[in-house]
Design a binder for this molecule. Structure first.
Ligand code: CO
Length: 294
């Protein structure tokens, strides 16, 4: 095909896409009054302690952006089903956005409460992308998860150092348990450990489902003659992974693996969303999308 023909086709495609988006946004014209909203999106949790941290996040968002209504969505189907049986109905991001469209929001900042930009974050990106193509909102933008930029990494390191278990001595380890993923963003965990160890060489970061694995963390601690370790979830909520994979009594739990290697373990069952220094990072990220709504 000749270059001229290609350009002709490209122009035609762009014309069609424009026509489509005009059609899709019929009834949501740009003359509608501007209505800005926030959608907070978490994986979700059915734990009572998690509800407290989500409420804390909600209050912080209200304080930071008092004039902007915020809605919630949980990505986990299983958790939404579990909560529905208790009479608590939470929306998926797709449904929550449809409702916001119905409420005539024109600009939506979708804020991920994920830890890294992994598989779930990218699923959320797809949902936001679909609403962009559909054209109902004038603007819909997704905010970064906890760790995205180098600045975020530094803030996260600070948040971890600020929230270390109080009784911990410098020669004792703190082992953070991240979720881990097959997604390329899994590299954030090892990067975090590197940056933490520049400040405190006895802090380790492992993951349940990715790299670094528990066996490697054990080796690293043994090399340093560590005899005692605080096990801390590096997940927004201290849910199933924290209770069972980290602090459980089964043979393959982190507590069992380390104890067997002669390292005394003290599990701390609190998620990052329970601590203000982490919540502040997420809440601050809403500024990203909002700054494009001026
Ligand atoms: Co999991």
């Amino acid at each position: 095909m000749k270059k001229k023909e290609l350009i002709g086709i490209a122009v035609f495609v762009v014309f069609c896409l424009n026509a489509l988006s005009c059609f899709a946004s019929a009834g949501h014209g740009h003359n509608e009054p501007k209505k800005v909203g926030i959608l907070l999106v978490a994986f979700g949790s059915s734990e009572a302690s998690a509800q407290v941290s989500f409420e804390n996040i909600g209050q912080k968002v209200k304080k930071a952006y008092p004039d902007i209504p915020a809605r919630w969505a949980y990505t986990s189907h299983i958790i939404r089903e579990k909560l529905a049986k208790q009479g608590k109905y939470l929306d998926s991001p797709e449904v929550a956005l449809a409702k916001m469209l119905d409420e005539k929001f024109t600009h939506v900042a979708v804020q991920s409460l994920h830890t890294i930009g992994g598989a779930e974050y990218h699923d959320l990106r797809k949902t936001v992308g679909a609403y962009k193509i559909m054209g109902g909102f004038q603007k819909i933008i997704l905010g970064y998860p906890l760790m995205s930029t180098q600045k975020d990494m530094e803030k996260t390191v600070d948040a971890i150092l600020k929230t270390l278990p109080k009784d911990r001595q410098k020669n004792e380890a703190v082992v953070l348990m991240g979720h881990g993923t097959h997604h390329p963003s899994n590299a954030f965990y090892a990067a975090l450990m590197f940056q933490l160890q520049l400040k405190d060489p006895n802090i380790f970061v492992g993951t349940v489902e990715g790299y670094p694995e528990v066996g490697l963390i054990k080796e690293l601690m043994l090399k340093k003659n560590i005899r005692k370790a605080y096990l801390v979830p590096f997940m927004s909520v201290a849910g199933d992974h924290a209770k069972n994979d980290m602090a459980g009594d089964e043979e393959d739990s982190w507590k069992s693996v380390f104890t067997k290697a002669g390292i005394q373990c003290i599990p701390v069952l609190k998620g990052t969303a329970e601590y203000d220094p982490f919540v502040d990072i997420w809440v601050g990220h809403i500024n990203g999308p909002l700054s494009h709504f001026q």
